[in-house]
Design a protein around this ligand. Structure first.
Ligand SMILES: O=c1ccn([C@@H]2O[C@H](COP(=O)(O)O)[C@@H](O)[C@H]2O)c(=O)[nH]1
Ligand SMILES: [Zn+2]
Ligand SMILES: [Zn+2]
Length: 237
């Protein structure tokens, strides 16, 4: 995990991840803190084969300008970009073109090998890396997608509580759920700790908490059977 904190977290950095599949590395979201976190792990953007994006908030895409520029001018290589077909235009037009558009570079295709994803379709993006993007509710009017990886690992984007979805995933064989967690209620745009604690035991035991605020210490020991995802830890499934 490059980071496990919320949008405004300083202590735990933004919730972004590196996923290792066979000999490839996929970055899952690239927020503001991703470049520094990579550096602290002794890695560079050149260690990354592909980037996958959940939605357009700075804690998920704020490091992309640096990623794109470093790959073009320092490493001289185009990494893959896995992104929903519904997000690509907004990402370029409203977030990235201010820094990346030049006379000869007019779209994200000039920086990445873009692969457009469709929702609810399970697709093998790389050897050993199968992804189903699931649209989940976050902010009114904003598209956001969570990911079911290799049929067994659910990585929530920022999402509002959806007990039915979690139940369905578990019934279908999902063994591990990394879920965003807001400590205080109500959870206007995120899932709250109280909502997650209301889940039945057979789901809760699969859940680990991420995208939390810097005051996590106040909630340690109050998370039921759920534990925290830790920054800079490597999890194997
Ligand atoms: O309707 C809204 C929109 C935004 N917020 C706040 O902004 C952050 C957005 O970042 P996330 O990565 O989605 O967390 C969110 O946490 C809220 O603090 C909001 O409250 N309501
Ligand atoms: Zn976020
Ligand atoms: Zn968000």
């Amino acid at each position: 995990m490059l980071g496990t904190g919320s949008a405004f977290a300083k202590k735990y950095y933004n919730t972004n991840a590196l996923i290792y599949c066979e000999d490839r590395t996929v970055m899952l979201d690239c927020g503001i803190t991703a470049p520094l976190s990579l550096h602290q792990l002794g890695k560079t953007f050149n260690d990354i084969d592909a980037l996958m994006i959940s939605h357009i908030h700075a804690d998920h895409i704020g490091g992309m300008e640096e990623f794109a520029l470093q790959m073009k001018y320092i490493f001289k290589r185009k990494p893959a970009l896995f992104i929903m077909e519904t997000l690509i235009d907004t990402l370029w037009e409203t977030s990235l073109q201010g820094g990346l558009k030049q006379d000869e570079f007019k779209s994200l295709d000039d920086y990445f090998e873009v692969h457009l994803l469709k929702e609810n379709r399970s697709i093998q993006l790389l050897p050993g890396f199968n992804v189903k993007a699931i649209r989940t509710s976050h902010i009114p009017g904003k598209l956001s997608y969570s990911f079911l990886i290799n049929e067994t690992f659910f990585y929530s984007a920022d999402m509002r509580f959806d007990a039915e979805l979690l139940d369905t995933l578990v019934q279908q064989g999902c063994t591990t759920i990394f879920h965003d967690c807001q400590f205080t209620s109500p959870g206007a745009v995120h899932t709250t700790l109280d909502e997650l604690k209301s889940l039945p035991e057979y789901i809760q035991k699969r859940v680990m908490l991420m995208h939390y605020d810097d005051n996590r210490v106040n909630y340690e020991g109050q998370t039921g059977t759920m534990t925290f995802v830790e920054q800079h830890h490597l999890y194997s499934f």
